[in-house]
Design a protein around this ligand. Structure first.
Ligand SMILES: Cc1cc2nc3c(=O)[nH]c(=O)nc-3n(C[C@H](O)[C@H](O)[C@H](O)COP(=O)(O)O)c2cc1C
Length: 489
């Protein structure tokens, strides 16, 4: 297809373009703007997108989002796995109309994309979760709200409009808290629960370690917890246990005095101390027992914790929240309960009592675990290695997708993620057996560069390239796309 401004096929002001699918619409929009000298603010090329995000974000935010475990060999392997498949071009098949819709969790969806749960997106932009949800809604793409998001799920539901939403749960050490989070997810209109299984210990994140930066220790990314009545009770009990009073002033939000209760259990006994940690957790953090040296940075961190402490103190005054022990106790309580490395297959049955929503398991990589999930009556499998953030030199997800798809044999939907950067990647994953494909880091980059509009552009670009790949490979709908569309290298 001609792609120059002089070529007729993408002529500016082409009135028919809108009717020709997302690819043609997107190309027209971009090339038309180019005539007046405007280039996309959000780069289309995946590497350029990441480079632009690096410029737009603080060093800590970029490290947290882009980084992986260890030498980041899994991150690279996820990408390299796509290189082992090629798409066969098949002309002369009349592909003038193309349908990208799929059936997923009992509904027809206009596209095969989902947005993966990404925690702490406030690192990229204030108001991130609502911005992402709105962008997703505008393209009919379901949004998976992270347990580590920065806005309470009820507020996202209220402010983002009619977005299809899933809620992602990190199984905490408190079953009362798990039940409460799932109740809230159901009440606030989520369609399904995604239980993430691969983060019961915090991955060895070299970039974050070298910057000595973990957002949760600053009170970021814990809004689902601080807005939860069960969690709030745990925080009050923690403070009471350490000071004899829920409003005592033993420790300030800076935590510069000795943090006393890190290893104590909650008075209810319901919170088992998470010996490990997670995307967030304790053992990786200097919080609980070590005295924190008082520096300008300590004070800045204390103010950040105090600001986010409003949810647990009920006061909007930073001064009050700095004086209150509750915000700091909220961070410590979170670090304590966040995730339990003791979780087993038997525990999963409890989730059925906590919710009537469909349950998907995220973090499945071994085919035997996929079958075990089916045996446990799970409603969907989410193949993921957390984007290479957990184990270095681990199994690339695309390499196991065909085997898992064969063994699952269509009994439940399969969501696929880790390493998806562009539309042709989505095509390959669908051809190898994924029902839906989740986008991760690229939309965080779009968010950092241009907020809600940035997310929309990234998702739209992926859809546009997918649409073109479907057409050029001779298909008119995703239902037709199977392994014969690919050649293994
Ligand atoms: C910054 C960041 C935060 C993440 N937070 C979560 C999370 O809160 N819950 C979760 O299940 N997965 C989380 N993930 C993993 C993603 O859901 C997804 O599996 C991963 O991003 C896919 O890899 P990719 O981004 O390389 O495509 C996070 C990933 C990133 C990059």
């Amino acid at each position: 297809m001609a792609q120059t401004s002089s070529g007729g096929s993408v002529a500016p002001q082409d009135p028919a373009a809108a009717a020709r699918g997302v690819s043609r619409r997107t190309q027209s929009e971009i090339y038309r703007a180019g005539i007046s000298g405007t280039r996309p603010r959000v780069p289309v090329d995946a590497d350029a997108l990441e480079a632009a995000a690096r410029k737009a974000l603080s060093a800590e935010a970029f490290a947290y989002i882009a980084g992986g475990a260890g030498a980041e060999r899994t991150v690279a392997a996820n990408r390299a796995a796509f290189g082992r498949w090629q798409v066969w071009p098949r002309p002369l098949r009349d592909v003038s109309a193309r349908d990208l819709s799929i059936d997923f969790l009992g509904a027809r969806r206009p596209t095969p994309l989902l947005l993966a749960p990404l925690g702490v997106m406030e690192l990229a932009r204030a108001g991130a979760d609502v911005a992402v949800a709105r962008a997703a809604a505008s393209l009919g793409v379901p949004y998976t709200l992270s347990n580590q998001a920065s806005t309470p799920m009820e507020e996202v539901a209220r402010d983002a409009g009619r977005t299809p939403r899933l809620f992602q749960l990190y199984w905490s050490a408190s079953d009362e808290l798990n039940a409460s989070l799932l109740r809230r997810a159901e009440a606030s209109g989520c369609e399904a629960i995604v239980v993430t299984l691969d983060t019961h210990l915090l991955g060895w994140r070299t970039r974050d370690l070298d910057l000595a930066y973990l957002p949760f220790t600053r009170g970021l990314g814990i809004a689902q917890y601080t807005s939860d009545p069960v969690f709030q009770q745990l925080v009050r009990e923690r403070v009471r246990a350490s000071t004899g009073s829920a409003t005592g002033s033993a420790r300030s939000a800076t935590g510069s005095e000795r943090s006393a209760t890190g290893s104590e259990r909650s008075a209810t006994g319901s919170a088992r101390s998470a010996a490990g940690g997670d995307e967030n957790s304790a053992s990786a953090v200097p919080a609980a027992e070590a005295p924190v040296r008082l520096t300008a940075k300590t004070i800045a961190a204390g103010v950040q914790i105090a600001r986010r402490g409003a949810a647990v103190t009920g006061s909007r005054s930073v001064r009050d929240n700095l004086r209150s022990p509750l915000p700091r106790a909220a961070v410590e309580t979170f670090l304590d309960v966040f995730s339990t490395p003791a979780l087993t297959w038997d525990d999963l049955a409890k989730a059925r009592q906590w919710t009537s929503l469909p349950i998907l398991l995220k973090g499945i990589v071994h085919p035997d675990d996929a079958i075990r999930a089916l045996d446990a009556g799970i409603d969907g499998i989410w193949i993921s290695n957390h984007g290479g953030r957990q184990i270095d030199q681990s199994v690339p997800t695309l390499d196991v997708l065909p085997t898992i798809a064969d063994r699952v044999a269509g009994r439940v939907p399969i969501v696929f993620d880790s390493g998806v950067r562009q539309g042709s990647d989505v095509f390959i994953a669908l051809a190898l057996g994924a029902t839906a494909v989740a986008l991760g880091r690229p939309y965080a980059y779009g968010l950092g560069i241009a907020g809600e509009e940035g997310v929309r552009e990234v998702v739209r670009n992926v859809l546009a390239e997918l649409d073109i790949t479907v057409g050029l490979s001779g298909h008119t709908s995703l239902a037709e796309v199977g392994r014969e569309a690919l050649r293994q290298v």
